[in-house]
Design a protein around this ligand. Structure first.
Ligand SMILES: [Zn+2]
Length: 237
């Protein structure tokens, strides 16, 4: 096995590394969470599909660490693909400069093993949730607002779905953010993804990890399925 992965092999083993090499993960959103998430999974040796329809702007740079000043105006998905290929040329990295929606979710998720929600809005999250529940595809929800963060591993048919946790959230536009807060969420999500892909045992199934990095209070909330959830109730029964 490659020298590249020498320091993680004691933790995941050659078979775990092989599982990463044969896994395809979709990252939806390449902003403050998606940038470090993509960097860590690329480094770990996971094949990536990177989905984002936005272009880089100056006010992204304090947290979106994949991009530089000379990338302003370029599609994030294509810059991310270029930057990640510089770091690992042994995996498949595919940038898709499109916004995920009902019209393309089937095509973009058809062959993936895990979806990572690194978006900044519930419109897209609900599209991810509905598709993943219908197809039995696991996904990791991650979100930040100011100093607050939340992460959960959603395994359709086993755990509550995103609609069970958040029945109806209306997006209210960009939230304030310190760049290091989404980086923490990305680290948690990337670690959960690697644990799931290598040994099938993430820690946040059926749990919502929430924290406030202003007070440094972090807690785990056990979440319950809504028996009348419009998305998962028919499937889970
Ligand atoms: Zn549900």
């Amino acid at each position: 096995m490659s020298l590249r992965y020498k320091r993680q092999l004691p933790l995941i083993g050659e078979d775990g590394q092989e599982k990463l090499r044969s896994s395809l993960v979709a990252i939806v959103g390449l902003g403050g969470i998606g940038s470090p998430l993509a960097l860590y999974l690329c480094g770990a040796g996971v094949n990536l599909r990177l989905i984002d329809g936005d272009k880089v702007s100056l006010d992204n740079l304090h947290r979106q660490i994949l991009y530089g000043e000379d990338d302003i105006g370029l599609p994030k998905a294509l810059v991310a693909e270029r930057e990640l290929k510089r770091r690992n040329n042994e995996i498949s990295i595919e940038g898709i400069p499109e916004r995920l929606g009902k019209e393309n979710v089937e095509e973009l998720f058809s062959d993936v093993d895990l979806v990572l929600d690194a978006t900044d809005n519930f419109t897209t999250r609900y599209v991810i949730n509905e598709f993943c529940v219908r197809k039995g595809l696991p996904f990791i929800y991650s979100a930040i607002s100011g100093y607050y963060f939340a992460v959960s591993f959603i395994m359709p048919r086993k755990t509550p779905c995103l609609r069970c946790i958040f029945p109806s959230v209306e997006d209210s536009g960009p939230v304030p953010v310190i760049g290091s807060v989404p980086a923490l969420v990305a680290s948690i999500s990337a670690t959960e993804a690697i644990k799931y892909l290598t040994k099938g045992k993430p820690s946040l199934m059926g749990k919502l990890l929430v924290g406030d990095l202003d007070t440094m209070e972090i807690s785990e909330i056990r979440i319950e399925r809504n028996p009348r959830c419009p998305v998962c109730s028919a499937i889970n029964q």
